[in-house]
Design a protein around this ligand. Structure first.
Ligand SMILES: CC(C)(COP(=O)(O)OP(=O)(O)OC[C@H]1O[C@@H](n2cnc3c(N)ncnc32)[C@H](O)[C@@H]1OP(=O)(O)O)[C@@H](O)C(=O)NCCC(=O)NCCS
Length: 155
């Protein structure tokens, strides 16, 4: 049973502030921050802000968005509070996300990260996400953007 909960704006807001510069922007949108990303995605048909509440405090978030096709969902920004990292929460959050959207009938999950984001890449790859595209020198520091897709096997 997943403990992933829908976060209210009040719960999400402090974590968004904390994560303001946690995402490496692309050269096309160098001023992008966590807040501007979430504002951009908020109108998406499938927007959902989920996360873990631990001891009354939102400790992580993961944003759901529309994927490339109707039966695909995308993972937008995801974040674990700095003082809670390295304990498996980030990986569990992606696992719970996959299970939740599998139950909702989605058949694949799409996401992106950047080459130097070892924790995110390790998380996705260890959960069976496959690299489907690489955009060289896409980020402001020259890093590549990597797209991943995960097929959900019907059981
Ligand atoms: C990415 C992030 C969500 C991971 O959260 P976390 O709770 O620290 O991750 P976990 O403890 O679940 O670790 C996930 C996996 O990555 C590995 N990992 C974690 N940090 C790592 C690091 N710095 N270097 C290498 N591997 C790392 C862990 O060993 C684990 O793999 P394993 O289960 O096979 O051992 C967190 O680092 C974060 O919020 N980063 C800033 C925002 C960000 O980059 N978001 C992703 C953008 S796509």
């Amino acid at each position: 049973m997943s403990n992933l909960e829908r976060l209210t704006d009040e719960q999400l807001s402090p974590l968004l502030n904390e994560s303001e510069h946690a995402f490496l922007p692309s050269k096309n949108s160098p001023d992008e921050t966590a807040t501007s990303l979430v504002e951009k995605f908020r109108d998406d048909l499938n927007y959902d802000a989920l996360g873990y509440i631990i001891g009354n405090r939102a400790t992580s978030y993961i944003i759901a968005l529309s994927g490339r096709t109707g039966n695909e969902i995308a993972i937008g920004p995801m974040y674990v509070a700095e003082d809670s990292r390295g304990n498996g929460l980030g990986k569990q959050q992606v696992l719970d996300f996959v299970q939740l959207f599998a139950e909702r009938g989605y058949r694949s999950i799409y996401t992106k990260t950047w080459l130097g984001n070892t924790a995110a890449r390790h998380t996705f790859e260890s959960l069976g996400f496959i690299e489907v595209n690489r955009y060289e020198r896409d980020r402001v520091n020259g890093d590549a953007t990597i797209s991943y897709a995960h097929q959900i096997i019907e059981s």
